[in-house]
Design a protein around this ligand. Structure first.
Ligand code: TYD
Ligand code: MG
Length: 460
């Protein structure tokens, strides 16, 4: 009889060790190592390795490999298709991650409504009852007879139901609620999530089934149970956005069939998620007129330019100046404040500083630096920048304004949204194409930017 192998798996990070310890050697959590026997896993590998010599696959020359183009189908939701790289690939495994309540179930149910008449879909819900799902489906107008619903948490039952319904698409909502009752670790644990995904993956590849798996994100921002899921699936999509705003971004973190640069933009309203074709317009709506402390910049989300409004509020601080940053890296903001103090000649360090990016957007591009600096200075000096001004440029530690990528694309978007002036890094002046109606203001450094845009009274 083959020897049973036992490993210890950390329920927090998924790390496997051969010896038990009170503390996980990888993530340092206490009492998280659980014993699992690799019986089932071994059976599978034995079966595979037991194949006779003749059956074994032989390596082929790369030039002789079959290149059948992947077959894609539309999900019926344009922004969803865009993130997937032009529609979902048949037979692929897609992981849709995000915080609870962000809209994962909603988008997948909406997809059922759009393509339910062409494809047979099995929607497995381990979180909601049939009644709850039906109420939501009615609200979203999903009424196709080829969408099947299974309120089930047992993986064996899910897989056996594939024979009865024979779906083209399988939706698992969510992977953390699905478990194998023969495996004695707790539902939602790393072992269960990993094992269930592995089984789904095997069946899906055999049948050419397209699978969408919902995964919740834990507080640290990783997919709960794990990174182990990310490498198994073909495509990992994350939903981002603030719960209390209606703006949602769907971002590809991994895509074996397309680029990971694209984002999908949605708005959540009472009829579910709707694709936003013109996100900049939405992000700028409700912008205050001539008030100090606000500046617009243009970031690139993949190939798409997106305008974002940065607001800053500076008030005289006490001994311990406090700082809050929303949507911008705290350390980056601290650096920009130091640059303004040292190179811009304004004493902003001692102020209580609040910085906020409108719409729940997170800016991690240095091209937003100049707009952040101008918003900070505008609030400090109590002088508005004017609603017709935008700024792009990275700020260096010596206060110099450095260049950004795709500058012409950004400027066209800025002009399209009705802006009349844009502050740009001086040394890219030669690269830019003239856009009618948009005046560019080249600046070399932070000092010059503040003097040109904020100190000089407007001439008109
Ligand atoms: P849901 O898709 O259930 O989130 P997840 O599956 O990611 O946990 O989204 C739930 C939220 O969406 C909930 O707060 C209510 C809101 N919502 C709407 O605003 N309009 C709608 O039409 C639907 C279906 C949900
Ligand atoms: Mg849900």
């Amino acid at each position: 009889m083959a020897k049973q192998r036992t490993v210890y798996v950390c329920t927090d990070c998924g790390n496997e060790t051969s010896n038990w310890a009170g503390r996980c050697p990888k993530c340092g959590s206490w009492n998280t190592l659980k014993e699992i026997t690799l019986d089932a896993y071994q059976k599978g590998s034995r079966a595979r390795s037991g194949s006779s010599r003749e059956d074994r696959k032989l390596p082929k020359k790369i030039t002789e490999l079959d290149v059948t183009e992947e077959i894609r189908f539309s999900t019926g939701i344009s922004e969803f298709d865009r993130v997937l790289g032009g529609g979902a690939v048949e037979g692929s495994l897609v992981l849709v991650g995000g915080a609870p309540g962000i809209g994962k179930s909603t988008i997948l149910l909406q997809m059922c409504g759009k393509i339910g008449s062409e494809k047979t879909i099995l929607y497995v819900t381990g979180e909601e009852s049939e009644r709850q799902l039906k109420l939501r489906a009615d609200r979203l107008g999903v009424n196709s007879s080829s969408v099947f619903v299974l309120a089930e948490t047992d993986i064996n039952s899910v897989l056996s139901n594939l024979d009865t319904t024979e779906p083209d698409i399988l939706i698992i909502d969510s992977i953390q609620t699905i478990s194998d009752y023969d495996n004695d670790s707790a539902p939602g644990s790393v072992t269960q999530v990993k094992e269930c995904t592995m089984r789904i993956m095997r069946v899906a590849k055999e049948r050419g089934l397209t699978v969408f798996i919902v995964g919740h994100i834990n507080k640290e921002g990783s997919l709960a149970g794990p990174k182990v899921l990310e490498h198994m699936v073909d495509c990992v999509l994350y939903f981002e956005g603030e719960q209390n705003t209606s703006f949602r971004l769907l971002r590809a973190a991994k895509n074996r069939f397309g680029s990971t640069n694209e984002i999908g933009v949605f708005e959540m309203n009472n009829t579910g998620l709707s694709s936003v074709d013109n996100p900049s317009e939405m992000l700028l709506s409700g912008r205050p007129d001539d008030t100090p402390g606000t500046c617009v910049t243009c970031i690139m989300e993949g190939t798409r330019p997106l305008l974002a409004e940065i607001q800053a509020l500076l008030t005289p601080g006490g001994y311990n100046a406090s700082r809050r940053c929303n949507g911008l890296d705290y350390n980056r903001a601290a650096m920009l404040l130091a640059v303004v103090e040292k190179r811009g000649g304004l004493s902003v360090i001692g102020c209580d500083t609040y910085i906020n990016v409108i719409g729940g957007l997170t800016l991690d591009e240095p091209s937003a630096d100049l707009a952040t600096v101008l918003a900070i200075c505008s609030s400090y000096l109590e002088r508005p920048l004017g609603t017709d001004l935008a700024a792009i440029g990275e700020v260096g530690l010596s206060g110099e304004i450095r260049s950004v990528s795709a500058v012409n694309q950004r400027l066209s978007e800025i002009a399209r949204l009705g802006f009349k002036r844009c502050v740009i890094p001086a040394h890219i002046k030669g690269e830019i194409k003239k856009i009618p109606g948009l005046e560019t203001i080249p600046v070399k450094n932070v000092y010059e930017a503040i003097r040109t845009v904020l100190k000089k009274p407007k001439t008109e």
